[in-house]
Ligand binder design. Structure first.
Ligand SMILES: Cc1ncc(COP(=O)(O)O)c(C=O)c1O
Length: 386
């Protein structure tokens, strides 16, 4: 293997292998680790994919995406999130993940630094390291609502800083930034000539009537911002692998060339299905959001009454980031804890260490209400007995 590629063993692999072993031996596993809304893709979207097949839309797509989808995706960002993108500032990617990967591949040279707030989505530091970059982690705390402070960002900027990674709304904490907070971060970035990558893949899953503020809604910072979007979460389309990068035209040109030399674009059938999904976003997204809000409420309410805790309801995304003390224990090694929980209760949780924060575990509440209740039952029976 290329020695310059740094791939770290995933902290979640052990939990997954334990879960697989359990399943093989016929035991049911409660999967609170999967980062997706466990609902079916809307029928209207599936029908659109079938029509695309019937029309033989099975050839190579244009590298940057089919023009209708690029136009519609642009309209989605402009109408719903106050952006001002053109088609030439829009690229269709194989999920948000590939979009992010390509941005880092295109711009990170050996030794370049990327500022990443922790807890972070597991892939951020790994991807930066793959390209020889250096993740510079900003610790945040539950007491400060997991938000980065402007002074901490500024203190980490050096001449080698290439990007600030922002994940709004966030996996794993569900943190949501206000317009003022985003303005402060974006202006610091611009002052220091650092680009902001804003990962907005959970922008459709915002609860309790809270407003989502996109980094694309600040015209004064437009040239300094790269938006990562996706249909995976907000449209329940994880397996279709469609996402987007919205960025200045010169960035999109480079990423399109990269796409042309790698994947040749995103599956044509998926693109037509996604076009229909975005056209019907006003019905599809609220339905998924409301279902996820209900599951969140079931999870948090049931957990709090079982464990006598006061966990707050996350205002966005699909996760509750829970201190291990909520289980009535004092240990803080999250990987050992999750292995033990898997072994004893068959409930799959993700250790906080995978997100750069020990002493916590991540629960994904995207599964059905019954599975959420049963999982908490298993957990409370075990923890209340010990
Ligand atoms: C924060 C964050 N960004 C990006 C992604 C990538 O999603 P996809 O590639 O399915 O669009 C995920 C998936 O879990 C995520 O949690």
């Amino acid at each position: 293997m290329n020695p310059s590629i740094h791939l770290e063993p995933s902290a979640t692999i052990k939990i997954n292998s334990l879960a697989l072993e359990k399943q093989k031996s016929g035991q049911g596993v409660f999967n609170l680790s999967a980062g997706e809304p466990m609902v079916d893709t809307s029928d209207i979207v599936k029908q659109s994919a079938i029509r695309a097949l019937q029309k033989n839309y099975t050839h190579y797509p244009p590298v940057a995406g089919i023009p209708e989808l690029r136009e519609t995706a642009c309209a989605w960002m402009n109408e719903d999130f106050g952006a001002n993108f053109t088609v030439s500032e829009t690229l269709v990617t194989a999920g948000g993940k590939m979009g992010l990967y390509m941005v880092l591949q295109a711009y990170i040279s050996l030794g370049d630094e990327v500022i990443i707030p922790a807890p972070y989505w597991v892939s951020y530091p790994s991807m930066v390291k793959i390209f020889g970059g250096v993740p510079k982690i900003i610790e945040t705390s539950e007491a400060e609502d997991w938000k980065i402070q402007a002074t901490d960002v500024e203190a980490l900027i050096t001449p080698r800083t290439k990007f600030i990674m922002l994940n709004n709304a966030s996996n794993p904490t569900g943190v949501l930034y206000t317009r003022e907070e985003l303005h402060t971060i974006l202006s610091i970035a611009q002052t220091h000539n650092v680009m902001v990558i804003s990962d907005e893949v959970y922008s459709g899953l915002v609860y309790d009537g809270n407003e989502y503020i996109s980094c694309a809604s600040f015209p004064e910072f437009k040239n300094n911002v790269v938006i990562i979007q996706s249909c995976s979460k907000s449209f329940a389309m994880t397996g279709w692998r469609v996402g987007f990068v919205f960025a200045p035209q010169d960035v999109i040109k480079i990423l399109s060339s990269l796409t042309g030399q790698t994947t040749s674009g995103v599956t044509t059938i998926s693109q037509y299905a996604t076009l229909t999904a975005i056209e019907h976003r006003k019905t599809i997204v609220p339905a998924i959001r409301d279902a996820m809000q209900k599951r969140r409420d079931v999870f948090i309410d049931t957990f709090n009454s079982a464990f006598g805790t006061e966990l707050q309801k996350p205002v966005s995304a699909l996760y509750s980031f829970i201190p291990m003390s909520a289980f009535g224990i004092s240990e803080t090694d999250s990987l050992t804890f999750c292995e033990r929980v898997m072994e004893e209760t068959c409930v799959a949780l993700v250790p906080g260490v995978a997100f750069g924060k020990e002493g916590y575990v991540r629960v994904a509440f995207g599964v059905g209400e019954e599975e959420l209740r049963e999982s908490i039952d298993m957990l409370s029976t075990f923890f209340i007995e010990i």
